[in-house]
Design a protein around this ligand. Structure first.
Ligand code: G6P
Ligand code: ZN
Length: 544
């Protein structure tokens, strides 16, 4: 047994994991003991069996390597038998989930702030995933937070940094560290799920795409899968080299931050499919030539066509979506005769449903789609399922969308974000909404009459746990609605999200502009919530 060093420390305020782990500015994480306190709190709570396996990976952002080296030494001191770490410290979030599952690890540390910008002045994050490969549930994150409030020491072993660039086995204290190829296991998994032959044939037949890796983690994965294994041209993947600061951009695949891709896809000579993924590889953006697909529609369209993919043939058990995600998927579930579950925001809420085999595919309006192949949302997976469907059905994205709406109707949908607003104002807005819940039903706002208003609460059908206060829903007669929520992932001030939805049946106007179709809901949202009064903002910063 090698020497274990005990370092004394004091608690930091505010180490509560948010929607997706602990996220703070790099400068905050660089304080002595800050990352160590959090990681030790994780280890204290999960108390690994002697010899347990831990996976460590990150999205390649600034500060990754420093924390990884420290976490490895701490894992050795805390009794882990082996750490698996991606070469260069790289593992996309879905790949980390897969590696945890494949190698039967007890859990993993995922170092990422997802789609938030990176670099010395920007964001960093640490998330703990459990043995099923998914984000820790609230019972675990709550215990981790409680531990951070009383922690007084962390454990490490003396030792040099290991060579993260060279795959192979290393010894740290009494523990083995295995530096693995971050891509191979994941790419192999994708081959078991999708009809690579059909996609290869489509590519040979002239099908083209552009994948924007946003200088983030999916570059190496996309080069290998799209170009090497599927035969797309060598210039298909753009911004394919992970950079510590993502080239100074927000690695968030939406129409604002992936504007270049969007503009390219709206041009007459656009490729057949445009796609992008975020900092850590779990989000996706899908744009056909001249046709953007909202994440909510993407979930519904993928579910409706999932039979095209060999890995899902004949086994769609159910669909799950987060509450603010549009109800487009509900209509597909109904037509296919499978259940549809409505969960709070956050991928962790899908874990139990997936483990219990109640759902096969899940999605969120926040550009996340995934399935039971791992326990995280998965950006490249969504892109590959789209490719698989388009290749088998020999149909364009636009044709598929129109056909879908003609069958199920169209849920016009948008999200308005008010970023970095004063926290007190945002809280007052939400409190004001709560105070109105009882009186709203029956009130009219322009053409809309409120039928139900509530604060969303979820009872997990598997373990019975209750998550209350998950956003305010205002449902109108006729099936449209407005949802209000404060973001759980920001690192400064508060971000107000207003989710707007208007359903039009198959016989209605299916080809309108989304903004026009949502005008009454937008006006109602302002009238009900007093957004300008509480935030001082007259328009959103981002519309997705
Ligand atoms: C992360 C989670 C998602 C969730 C999203 C919501 O990306 O992984 O599951 O939907 O955060 O973020 P918000 O900022 O709206 O809390
Ligand atoms: Zn992400």
């Amino acid at each position: 047994m090698s020497e274990i060093v005990t370092v004394s420390t004091r608690p930091f305020e505010g180490q509560a994991p948010g929607t997706s782990g602990l996220r703070k500015k790099v400068k905050v994480f660089q304080q002595p003991n800050y990352a160590e306190n959090f990681i030790q709190s994780v280890f204290d709570v999960v108390s690994p069996d002697p010899g347990a396996v831990l996976v460590i990976g990150g999205d390649g952002r600034f500060h990754n390597r420093t924390v990884i080296q420290e976490a490895i030494r701490m894992a050795a001191a805390n009794g882990y038998g082996k750490v698996l770490v991606g070469r260069g410290g790289i593992l996309s979030t879905p790949a980390a989930s897969h590696v945890i599952r494949k190698y039967k690890a007890s859990g993993g540390l995922v170092l990422s702030a997802s789609h938030n910008p990176g670099g010395p002045e920007e964001d960093f994050g640490i998330k703990y995933n459990i043995a099923n490969g998914g984000p820790a549930p609230e019972s675990v994150t709550g215990a981790i937070h409680a531990r951070t409030q009383v922690i007084d020491r962390w454990l490490t072993v003396p030792g040099e940094d290991i060579d993260l660039e060279t795959p192979g086995e290393y010894r740290v204290g009494g523990m083995t560290v295995s530096v693995i190829d971050p891509v191979a296991d994941y790419a192999d998994l994708m081959e078991t799920l999708f009809d690579f032959d059909a996609i290869r044939s489509a590519v040979k037949g002239g099908f083209t795409m552009r994948f924007d890796a946003m200088s983030a983690v999916t570059g190496p994965y996309a080069h290998e899968i799209l170009e090497n294994r599927l035969g797309f041209a060598r210039d298909t993947v753009v911004n394919g080299t992970p950079l510590e600061d993502f080239g100074g951009h927000h690695p968030d695949p939406n129409l604002i931050h992936a504007e270049q891709l969007y503009l390219a896809m709206m041009a007459p000579d656009a490729p057949d499919l445009g796609a992008a993924s975020d900092g850590d590889g779990d989000r996706n953006l899908i744009i056909g030539r001249g046709r953007f697909i909202t994440p909510s529609d993407s979930l519904a369209m993928l579910a409706a066509n999932i039979e095209c993919a060999p890995g899902y043939k004949g086994r769609l058990a159910g669909i799950a979506r987060s509450m603010p995600t549009s109800a487009a998927a509900d209509r597909v579930a109904e037509a296919l005769g499978v259940p549809c579950f409505e969960t709070p925001t956050g991928w962790k809420f899908f874990g139990n449903l997936l483990d219990a085999g109640k759902v096969t595919i899940c999605g969120e309006e926040s550009a996340g789609t995934g399935s039971d192949h791992v326990r995280e949302k998965d950006g490249l997976w969504a892109v590959l399922l789209w490719l698989n469907i388009l290749a088998v059905r020999k149909i364009s994205v636009d044709e598929l969308a129109r056909e879908h709406w003609a069958r199920f109707g169209r849920n016009y949908y948008a999200r308005h974000d008010y970023e970095g607003v004063d926290k007190a104002g945002a809280d007052a807005l939400m409190d004001g909404l709560k105070a109105q819940l009882a009186s709203l039903p029956g009130q009219s706002f322009g053409p809309l009459t409120v039928s139900v208003a509530d604060s969303f609460s979820y009872t997990d059908p598997v373990d019975g746990s209750v998550s209350a206060n998950q956003g305010i829903r205002v449902l109108f007669e006729g099936g449209s609605r407005v949802v209000f929520r404060l973001s759980g992932t920001g690192t400064h001030g508060a971000t107000l999200r207003v989710y707007l939805e208007n359903y039009t049946g198959p016989d209605g106007n299916l080809g309108a502009e989304t903004g026009d179709m949502l005008a009454p809901q937008i006006a109602a949202a302002e009238a009900i919530a007093g957004i300008e009064r509480h935030t001082g903002r007259t328009k959103p910063d981002v519309i997705t």
